[in-house]
Design a protein around this ligand. Sequence first.
Ligand code: B4P
Length: 190
Amino acid sequence: MRIIFLGPPGVGKGTQSHKLVDSLYIPHISTGEMLREAIRQKTDLGLKVAAQMEGGRLAADEIVVQLVRQRLAQPDCRNGYLLDGFPRTLPQAASLDLALAVDDEAIDAVLNLTVDEDELFRRLMDRAKKEDRGDDNDETIRKRMEVYDDMTSPLIKYYHDQQVLHRIDGLGTVDEVFERILAVLKKVQQ
Ligand code: B4P
C-alpha cells in the first residue's frame, strides 16, 4: 500500500506511523526525521534547512522533493511505503503525482489526522519537555500552525477530490487512534 499521513504539527503522524509500519511491513518515510538527521549530521542540505525549520517554516519544496524522490527510488519502496509529513504543499503533491504516474502508480489512502488546536499545543509543549527539538517552543509552534493552515491544509481538498482522503479523529489514546486507522485501512484494502 502507498499511504500518506496528513495533519497539523503534533497531531501524532510520527507516533502512528511508527506503529503502522511495524504492522504493514512497509518503509516509513518521514521528511521531518530525514531533515532533522541532515541537520544533526551538518550535511550541506542540513545547513540549508536548519534556519527554516527552527523558525517553524517549511524547508524549500525543491529540497524536500529531491530527498523523497531519491528515497522512493530505493528497492524497499517497490511494494509500498508510508509517507509521514510529505507532501506538505500543493507543489510537493503535484510532483509526487507526476513521479507516480511515470510508473502507473497511485496513492491508496491519505489519512488526515485531526485534533483541536489546544490539544496540539499541549502535545507539542509536552514533547518539548521530553525531546530536544529546536522547533518545539511557544513561538515556533504558533508559526508552524500558521504555516500548516496556509500551505498544507489545501491538500485536504486536493486529496478529497482524488477520493483517497480519510479523516481520522486523533483524540484519545495512541492505541485508540491506531485502531481507527486500522479500521479505515481494512476498508480501503477490501
Ligand atoms: P514532522 O517531523 O513531520 O513533525 P510534526 O508535524 O511536528 O509532528 P507529528 O505530527 O509527527 O507529531 P508526533 O507524532 O511527534 O515535521 C517537523 C518539521 O520538519 C516541519 O515543521 C518542517 O519544518 C519540516 N518538514 C517536514 N516535512 C516537510 C516537508 N514535506 N516540506 C517542508 N518541510 C518539512 O506527536 C507529537 C507529540 O504528541 C509527541 O510527544 C507524542 O508522544 C504525542 N502524542 C501523539 N499521539 C498522542 C495521543 N494520542 N495522545 C497524547 N499524546 C500523543
